[in-house]
Design a protein around this ligand. Sequence first.
Ligand code: NOJ
Length: 528
Amino acid sequence: MNEWWRDAVCYQIYPRSYGDSNSDGIGDLRGITAHLSHLAWLGVECIWLSPTFPSPNLDWGYDVADYYDVHPELGTLNDLDALVAEAHGRDIRVVLDLVPNHTSAAHPWFEDARSSLTAEHRDWYVWADPKPNGSAPNNWTSSFMGPAWTFDERTGQYFLHNFLPSQPELNWWNPDVRAEFDRILRFWFDRGIDGFRIDVAHMVIKDRELRDNPPATPSDFLLDQFRGQVPLYNSNRPEVHDVYRNWRSIADSYEPSRMLVGETFVNDLEQLVAYYGKNDELSLAFNIPFLTAPYALNTLRKMVERTEELLPADCCPVWTGSNHDMSRFPTRWAAGDPARARCALVMLLTLRGTVFFYYGDELAMPDTDVPLDRLVDPVSIEYQPVLNRDAARTPMPWNGADGAGFTEPGVEPWLPFGNVSACNVADQRDDPNSPLHLTRGLVALRRELSDLREGAYATYTAVGEVWAWTRGDGVLIAINGSDTEATIADVRGAIRICTNRARDNEPVAGELRLAPNEAAVVELELDH
Ligand code: NOJ
């Protein structure tokens, strides 16, 4: 079977922010097609498009109103077909974002469901009677805070929503819901889509008895403490694995096999690896504990080691630094320090596994300072300044001119541009020392040195914030995250890429010295 996603370089695109082909300030599918040459130049093997489906956009596409079409603001089914054909012509696969946990309240299924207790789609959603005193059926809180239940006046029952009240939860105990999603998968796979990122993959099944969640204690994860409860019964239920075993068999019935990558937002790595099953469930699972960890090499190293230890045979880890829900890594991990951001780029591209870049990561693009009156994400509006998802969703800076190459000069983009003169594709392409060229060089090196793709991970040195590891017999990667010079002993070969590009190709004869916040990829002498 062709498991093409293994060790692949994937790239997440936020469609509203990549390229605006019709000058309305909103990115669209044709805008993405127009920029495929950038992705091919970079060496990207697969793109994941954040939701492209019709949606009232109350959660920017994560509230789907039709699973079989394209949002008119983004284009048409024909535009998507054209994007896929063009991408395939450049050996780039295309993955869509599937939201099986909930629909939009505007989805015809929900409109029908809430019309009466006996409606055809009533049992497609999770409904429950009020308690005798009229309160919600249980104590579950939404991931976006507040109660996870909303009372429906017309039919006298509560419906469940783990996110916004406009995102009612589907009832995955209902075989008709399962059959419908089988159809949705096949519809897109038949159309040539190469896989799906699965939104909140860990949540689709809820406890059948709707039992109360236990209160959080001071030893529980911070987010659970914040919400006041551990999501024991509305998340990560054992029965969820049946759903993915079925989906994997559908994905594997295609040639090449289709990829399923889960947004598995679980707190620990033991729970995470369970989503791979015996390599018969999700093809890949996002490593959220790694993504949300602070940039302390010692902490990240332990997570990498533990992930490697726990992963079932033949499964491939996933490494990510940014996505549309959180601060970008050059801001969050590197605190704006360009040297640290460069080290993070080396780390992401040289660990064993599949890497997912978020658009702009290749430029070490920081968060954008979005003024409060320009926020459009309801969750950010509610929780600013604690949470600001819009800061990581602003338009791609293609150049430093008015419109940033994203849209026509003079057009107001849906979210404001960042400091495009400080960070843009055109300038970085002209600068061989830029993060963009570092990223491209690392991607190319992954192709050139088979150990960087397939070689096993082994920790070589771990002293404080100095971390070195080998990949197979042929490559050593070292990062000095400390404030003083570091020396890695017993290394012979040549630096192939260093974050300080002046050191590329420097021979290493016994000792590898690294300046503070410097990282290097060394091709080892074979007889060593
Ligand atoms: C996770 C998505 O990444 C996020 O953007 C969205 O708000 C929630 N799921 C709800 O769909």
